[in-house]
Design a binder for this molecule. Structure first.
Ligand code: 5RP
Length: 219
């Protein structure tokens, strides 16, 4: 099975875990696109979705899924999103698609975070995937120096502007032994909007697509 089929398998398994009724938080990326497509088939069973990006909003609207404003819905029961890496504690690196800020907001506002991915995303130590950091444009160079002081090698994501009008620094060369500590340290740098480390609010469940079928991991 190729990676895309494994992503689809994980997405379909997440559909089975959804509560009936209510509003669903929806992430961003190629794995979530499979989830959105499957969600469209059961759209009568829930009120609507809160989206984490313009891309997911557009896809859901095309499929007739009502997209709701988080300010109007209050807290959500469940959020479903992908990841670029997960360790066994379900600390994640996210933001490969650049939607990390809205993803972190919807994850924070949700009681349960179901992460869906193909099996290649499970790692022992986070950091092989460059860590995305969304930054206010005028702070780009300052933040890059601070990230270098923390041991990383930040690289500006070329020709990319986030849905919030900011830039992304992808930080290479990190071996993240203490994800919560690093998340706190990067959050404290002036000019950082969001770091794509989801350690203080990890996933609650990780569903991996594997050659042997979906595998569920809980910390
Ligand atoms: C987007 C994300 C995605 O969840 C992450 O990049 C995984 O993407 P994919 O499902 O395409 O592998 O964080 O900002």
């Amino acid at each position: 099975m190729n990676a895309d089929e494994l992503k689809r398998q994980a997405a379909l398994a997440a559909i089975e875990l959804l509560p009936s009724g209510g509003v669903i938080g929806v992430g961003t990326g190629s794995t979530v696109n499979h989830f959105i497509d499957a969600l469209a088939a059961i759209k009568g069973r829930f009120e609507g979705a809160v989206s984490s990006s313009e891309a997911s909003t557009e896809r859901m609207k095309k499929l007739g899924i009502p997209v709701l404003d988080l300010n109007a819905t209050g807290g959500l029961e469940v959020y479903v999103d992908g990841a670029d890496e997960s360790n066994r504690q379900l600390h994640l690196i996210k933001g490969g698609g650049g939607a990390l800020t809205r993803e972190k907001i919807v994850a924070a506002a949700s009681k349960q975070f179901i992460c869906i991915a193909d099996e290649s995303k499970l790692v022992d130590v986070l950091g092989k995937f460059p860590l995305p950091v969304e930054v206010i444009p005028m702070a780009r160079s300052y933040v890059a120096r601070e990230l270098t002081a923390l041991g990383g090698n930040p690289v500006l994501r070329e020709r990319f502007v986030t849905d919030n009008g900011n830039v992304i620094l992808d930080v290479h060369g990190l071996e993240i032994m203490e994800p919560m500590k690093l998340e706190t340290q990067i959050n404290q740098i002036a000019g950082v909007v969001t770091v794509g480390l989801f350690a203080h609010r990890p996933a609650d469940v990780l569903i991996l697509g594997t050659a042997d079928g979906p595998r569920t991991i809980e910390p």
